[in-house]
Ligand binder design. Sequence first.
Ligand SMILES: NC(=O)c1ccc[n+]([C@@H]2O[C@H](COP(=O)([O-])OP(=O)(O)OC[C@H]3O[C@@H](n4cnc5c(N)ncnc54)[C@H](OP(=O)(O)O)[C@@H]3O)[C@@H](O)[C@H]2O)c1
Length: 223
Amino acid sequence: MERIVIIGGHGKVALHLAGLLAERGDEAVSVIRNPAHSADVERAGGHPAVLDVEKADVPAMAEAFADADAVVWSAGAGGGDAARTYAVDRDAAQRAIDAAAEAGVRRFVMVSWIGSTPDHGIPEDDPFFAYADAKLAADDHLRASDLDWTILGPGTLTLDPPTGRITTAPQGNGEVGRADVAAVIAAALVQPATIGRFIRFGAGDTLIAEALVAEAGSSAVQA
Ligand SMILES: NC(=O)c1ccc[n+]([C@@H]2O[C@H](COP(=O)([O-])OP(=O)(O)OC[C@H]3O[C@@H](n4cnc5c(N)ncnc54)[C@H](OP(=O)(O)O)[C@@H]3O)[C@@H](O)[C@H]2O)c1
């Protein structure tokens, strides 16, 4: 049994993930900022831990990560306000990475997005720029750490039911269901070949575990 901390624990991906981890006998510790979300987390199979990561410093986060085997970042400001986007998607994510290192938690899985590369091409005056810039900064911080990291890059998230299948060569905006994103996180956590890799994906035809192994065997999508 592994103890997995999920930051953004009441998020749509995170709730699916807590259920998948509980099903396979892992302990999902779901970090939420609103205590009223505890019941939803418990219903999904997670154990709620209340911590506002926008306000929490590195020691406070490290304390929350104590005894964990892995940390998953699946939080997000949800777009809109640029200052809050930077505060959550960049600054809090970077503190979480530092806190994992401080707590001695080596495994870190980041939920990023399909376009998270320096050539993302989003103009600075585009409302989406803050998100792209913040996510790339968080991803780069993780890459620069000596943690056992995996950066996942799903395309546009949907509420489609789970299929258990993806492609790591997505076309267009790489739409993919949040339930399948959760399954990719769960699979990546137990697949060491995904360590040190940025894996972009969308809905597809290949079984998730096979797609991750095949992608890890290629060097085509390394950022
Ligand atoms: N939307 C897309 O198309 C898309 C595409 C690719 C990747 N992604 C990424 O996928 C991930 C998960 O997506 P999702 O749809 O599951 O997101 P979501 O449902 O919006 O969940 C994000 C969660 O982050 C939490 N959060 C925000 N600020 C927080 C704070 N200060 N402290 C603790 N928790 C905080 C939110 O809590 P509250 O409920 O309290 O607000 C929310 O539950 C995100 O990292 C996102 O950037 C999204």
